[in-house]
Design a protein around this ligand. Structure first.
Ligand code: SF4
Length: 419
């Protein structure tokens, strides 16, 4: 059994829809979404951001369609976009019709602010005729006032009820090319709403914690909500909603899916020890430099940076490649086996050079090319360090002796005063 299947629930079966070339639901890979923050009417700026989001890991990008100029720009953006474009529509059903005319591959409607049944049905009919899916994007912050009153707030039940009502309008015009989201900014409400939605609908679910705020808190909220549900097998497409450059949203989405084993790794997975009293280098600085050096290279490697050779290579033996510091040297290892010992100030460069060869030649070839004396030299360094401070890094033996001495002194009978 793989590690992934051992810790993740089986994915819930949903029906499949297609957002342009991207399949969502029905066992398709979980996709990453993000949203542009440029004025959609500025086609060039928006397209540049779409490209940046796609490069960072977004499979689908959403743009607001809030005015005629935005719809007209969408007509220019869509044919040049590397990923499907979804139009985000609030309040104005005409904007949904205009976005369909522009050729969008998906629509997002908010049932909380697009409420007239005849308008909803008109948009659904048009989407049906054009084969364009719609996301029913329920949001706790803009829930229909009647549902708010009925449930006494934006409860999970109220959010799911909102989606169900919208779906009923769609069904009246024979349209069910739909995915659903029931977002809330409070993580437990969001989790419960999606669990309920998953029991209620077989449509694909778009996960997100809405208005999560700036990182790092926003990232933590998003990960807590989306990650919990994905681990339960719920969710077909995801979006982090961060108050930040949307590239961070796309990157976080991709990294979360890779971390959960739901998408293949595209780039670096850096593991680094947290450092401790044994560290022989500034682990934080070296890890940052490694991250920067690998950032521009799309090498799908797990790379370890470990602060000492006493535990480092052993603890990171699953990594494709790693480096551990010891006695002013860097011990370079592949799959836990030491292949080279380099001067400490060349650690990062050596790691990058070895990664390049590893990608080009493969693990077996690089293990075969290991320096003859590397293992022995590393073992000597490890032993020397272990003897120097490994066994008793806190001088615990001396401390225990002092504690015993102090207690023994305190327990000795004190001379009585005045005698
Ligand atoms: S690898 Fe070494 S320095 Fe890093 S946490 Fe482990 S023992 Fe400490």
């Amino acid at each position: 059994m793989s590690r992934t299947t051992a810790t993740m629930a089986e994915r819930r079966q949903t029906r499949q829809i297609n957002v342009g070339k991207v399949a969502v639901g029905g066992g398709a890979p979980v996709s990453v979404q993000s949203m542009t923050v440029t004025k959609t009417a500025d086609a060039e700026a928006t397209l540049a951001q779409v490209y940046a989001l796609a490069a960072a890991g977004a499979d689908i990008v959403r743009c607001t369609c809030n005015e005629q100029e935005a719809a007209e720009a969408l007509a220019q953006i869509i044919p040049r976009s590397p990923v499907p474009i979804v139009a985000d529509v609030h309040f104005h059903y005409e904007m949904a019709l205009a976005a369909l005319e522009a050729g969008v591959q998906g629509l997002r409607l908010n049932p909380g602010n697009l409420r007239k049944p005849e308008e909803i049905k008109l948009v659904a009919s048009e989407a049906r005729d054009r084969g364009v899916p719609i996301r029913i994007g329920v949001n706790a912050g803009s829930l229909h006032p009647e549902l708010y009153k009925k449930y006494g707030g934006a409860t999970p039940e109220a959010l799911v009820e909102s989606a169900r009502m919208e779906l009923a309008y769609f069904e009246e015009v024979d349209f069910d090319d739909v995915k659903i989201s029931v977002k809330a900014s409070t993580v437990p409400v969001m989790i419960e709403a999606y669990r309920l939605a998953s029991e209620t609908f077989d449509h694909p679910l778009h996960l997100g914690v809405t208005e999560a705020g700036p990182p790092p808190a926003g990232l933590i909220k998003g990960t807590a909500g989306i990650g919990t549900l994905l681990a339960e097998g719920i969710g077909d497409t995801i979006r982090y909603s961060l108050t930040a450059d949307p590239v961070q949203e796309a990157r976080a989405g991709r990294q979360l899916l890779e971390a959960l084993g739901l998408r293949e790794r595209k780039g670096l997975d850096l593991i680094a020890c947290p450092s401790c009293g044994r560290a022989e280098i500034d682990v934080i600085d070296i890890a940052r430099r490694v991250q920067e050096a690998f950032e521009s290279r799309a090498w799908p490697l797990q790379v370890a940076v470990m602060g000492c050779v006493v535990n480092g290579p052993g603890e990171a033996r699953e990594a494709d490649l790693g480096i551990a510091a010891g006695r002013h040297k860097g011990h370079l290892f592949i799959k836990g086996k030491i292949v080279r010992v380099v001067p400490e100030d060349e650690m990062v460069e050596a790691l990058v050079a070895e990664a390049e060869k590893l990608i080009a030649e493969g693990v077996e070839a690089r293990l075969a090319a290991a320096d003859a004396g590397a293992e022995r030299e590393a073992e000597e360094d490890r032993k020397a360090l272990f003897e120097a401070k490994g066994a008793d890094v806190n001088q615990s033996g001396q401390r225990i002796a002092m504690i015993r001495k102090t207690i023994a002194q305190e327990q000795e009978p004190r001379p009585q005063s005045g005698q």
